[in-house]
Design a protein around this ligand. Sequence first.
Ligand code: CP3
Length: 503
Amino acid sequence: MPIDFKGLHVVTFESRKADEMAELIRQAGGKPVIAPSMRAIQDIIDWDTGCADFVLFTSATQVRHVFQVAKMDGVERQLLEAFKHVCIGSVGPIASRAITEQGLTVDYEPDTPKMAHLVREMARRGSDLLDKKRTAFANGVDTGKWRRIDMVWQPGVGGQPTIKDSVFMKACRRERVPYTPIWIMRQAGRYQREYVRVRKEVTMLELCKSPEVAAEMTLMPVDRLGVDAAIIFSDILFVTEPMGLNLEFVKGEGPVIHNPVRTRKDVDRLNDPDVNELVYVFDALKITRRALRPDIGLIGFAGAPFTIASYMIEGGKSDHYVRTKTMMYRDNATWHALMERLTKILTEYLNGQIAAGADAVQVFDSWVGSLSPDDYRRFVMPHVKRLIDGIDKSAPVIHFSTGNPALLPLMKEAGGDVIGLDWRSDLADAWSVLGDDVAVMGNMDPVVLYTSPKEIRAQVQAILDKAAGRPGHIFNLGHGILPDMPPENVAELVDAVHELSAR
Ligand code: CP3
């Protein structure tokens, strides 16, 4: 997506930096409207005559002043009403708080609180955000908050797209697409200020168990980055709770299970889980699907049995999976009993997610790369195969692992419409081993995002060259975004993939 306001009107307010602002807006392809508050207010109220599309606030004082003037002139209600149809940008958290205090919602705040970032990023995402606000808002329920989840689409109505138009879904099915779709593992996370702000107020467990908040977090990276799919904000370890395990996300340490499963007795003591205990995930999917642009795919997910079992047995993250592998080698019957229990609930869980609105599902076998091919075939593959065979065929399955390219042919044998590669594989080689009857996802080294736009573009081009325009490539990193990655480089990655792959 080029950085371009497409000649639309960008309203800002008179200030010391007005000239600089006007120049930035002009450079980004917009028509700057710099006006004293009263005239700006009139332009916003008259938005439908085409004189205001975006309004950018660069300070809290500005916000308060505008509303004071509107109140004095008796047009405060009209102004609030008009703000439902123009896109509101705010330079940073202090201005955003002032906007929120007026009962409005900020449509875009850059992660870096600088004027130039606000203008650039608003220009980059502006037309989508405006389209969403003007089309989807009208269908929503006016809760007075107008959060992302309150803007609701009506697929197919009045020219609105449908999921059939989704570039991501077409690529999953190896159909031809106008450009390579991209989404990014951990696209909602700590590298974003907005995420950190929300996490200051709620724990990871509370966030994921509040469907409206989880849906907001799922939608946020789509608004900010322009990715082609959303992944539901949740975690692979929640399935362990209905089985009777005591899960906690410990700051700085990651997930911990306080009552790990280590013996036959432990396995036998596991609850016969009711998948409806995970209804908060299903609810989050339902809310997200209504509010997500209809041509953007919604991905549900689960951990694969091995990866979940490793947390259940070790009680947390592990370097060598000693307890896990010891159970696997020494206590075969217990191992298979545990894997069977897991496979059953994971199948029900993924089908529940599809019923709730997931268009595709990803199976994360993040830690299975620690196994040899023979052990994978013996101890893991039958369970993964049963899991994937049991998933509703209406949704494509992405089957992902890391760390061991030697497992790829076996993973394909186990199943999946798309195989997810980490960066250790050469994409061209891996795809020729897998064969053309499967799509592939991947596979840039996440660490490239610490470098520069130039390096990012070069690496994107190299991966696109390896995919060589074959249908069925979905761009992603080889593993998730890290918490301290520069958000502007993440945006650069999305733009680079879209621009360099355009056919
Ligand atoms: O990709 C997404 O944006 C969707 C959300 C998502 C999360 N976890 C959110 C999360 C997904 C798909 C996962 C899957 C997951 N969780 C995996 C498989 C994917 C992978 O990365 O291999 C695994 C192994 C887990 C287990 C897990 N959950 C770990 C190891 C951690 C700690 C990581 C860390 O950096 O602290 C989590 C916590 C977690 N899950 C966070 C997020 C955003 C961080 C929570 C926070 O502190 O705010």
